[in-house]
Design a protein around this ligand. Structure first.
Ligand SMILES: [Zn+2]
Length: 244
C-alpha cells in the first residue's frame, strides 16, 4: 500500500506491537473483540492517579543487609486498572525506598524515579527485576539468612521487585512439585544426620545455617545448599542436580 504524503513531515513515531490496535481501527476492519478492547485502560506515561483517590494500595518490604546497621524499606504502590471488569489488572505504579542511612541517597532517588517511570509506561516491566538482580557489587556480595547469595544491594532491590510482581500475579513463582520437595527433605535429613557430629565446626560468619554444614553454592539458585549425595551434587533449595 502506498501513501502520498501531502504535508511536511514534522515528526515520526516507530510503530510498536501495541499500536496494532489503532491501525486496525484506521483500516476500517476492526474486530469486535478489539473494539471492546479499546475501552480497556492500559498503563501509559500520562496515566494519573485515580481521580478522587489520593491513596494507592501498596506493600512495604524491609531489606536488612550485613553491610549496614540500618534497614532499607522498599514501598511499591499498585494501581488497579479497569476495576470491577473482566480486564481488572493490578500493576505497579511507583516505588519508594527509605533508609536512615543517607549514604546511598543519591543513586536510590535516581533509581526509584527511573523505575517508577518504567512502571507507568506499562508493557512488560518484569525485566527490571531481572536486570537489577544481575548487578554485582565489586566489593563482593553477602549471604542472606537461609543461604541465598546476594551479589549487591541493587540485586536485593531487584529480588524485592520480583517478589512483589509474583505476589500481584505478574510473574510466576517457580515452585517444586510435592514429590520433588519430599525427595529433597529426605536427602536433607540424611545429610544432616551424617553431619551432626561435625556441627560445631561450622565456619564463622555463615548465615547459611538452614542447610547442612559444608553445603556449597548452587549456580542455579545462588543458595548455599548443594551437598554431595550418592556421588552426585544436589541442591536442597531448588532441586538442581548434576546427575539430572
Ligand atoms: Zn539451587
Amino acid at each position: 500500500m502506498s501513501v502520498k504524503i501531502e504535508q511536511n513531515i514534522i515528526g515520526y513515531k516507530v510503530r510498536k506491537p501495541e499500536d496494532k490496535q489503532s491501525q486496525t481501527d484506521g483500516a476500517g476492519s476492526p474486530q469486535r473483540a478489539e473494539k471492546e478492547d479499546a475501552k480497556v485502560i492500559r498503563m501509559h506515561e500520562k496515566l494519573a492517579r485515580p481521580e478522587g483517590l489520593e491513596c494507592l494500595e501498596g506493600s512495604t518490604y524491609k531489606i536488612k543487609t550485613p553491610l549496614d546497621d540500618h534497614a532499607l524499606y522498599v514501598t511499591i504502590n499498585d494501581i488497579i486498572l479497569n476495576p470491577g471488569t473482566e480486564h481488572e489488572q493490578r500493576r505497579p505504579f511507583e516505588i519508594f525506598i527509605n533508609s536512615k542511612n543517607m549514604d546511598h541517597f543519591q543513586w536510590i532517588v535516581a533509581l526509584t524515579r527511573v523505575m517508577s517511570s518504567v512502571f507507568r509506561k506499562g508493557g512488560d516491566v518484569t525485566f527490571l527485576a531481572e536486570e537489577l538482580q544481575a548487578v554485582f557489587d565489586p566489593k563482593g556480595g553477602y549471604f542472606k539468612p537461609g543461604g541465598k547469595f546476594m551479589p549487591s544491594l541493587v540485586a536485593e532491590i531487584g529480588a524485592v521487585v520480583e517478589h512483589h510482581l509474583q505476589r500481584i500475579g505478574m510473574l510466576e513463582k517457580p515452585e517444586l512439585s510435592e514429590q520433588q520437595q519430599l525427595m529433597l527433605d529426605e536427602k536433607r535429613a540424611e545429610a544432616e544426620s551424617r553431619h551432626s557430629g561435625a556441627a560445631e565446626k561450622k565456619p564463622l560468619n555463615d548465615a547459611a545455617d538452614s542447610y547442612p554444614a559444608g553445603a556449597t553454592l548452587c549456580n542455579k539458585c545462588h543458595t548455599k545448599a548443594v551437598i554431595m549425595m550418592d556421588n552426585c551434587a544436589t541442591c536442597l533449595s531448588c532441586g538442581y542436580s548434576k546427575c539430572g
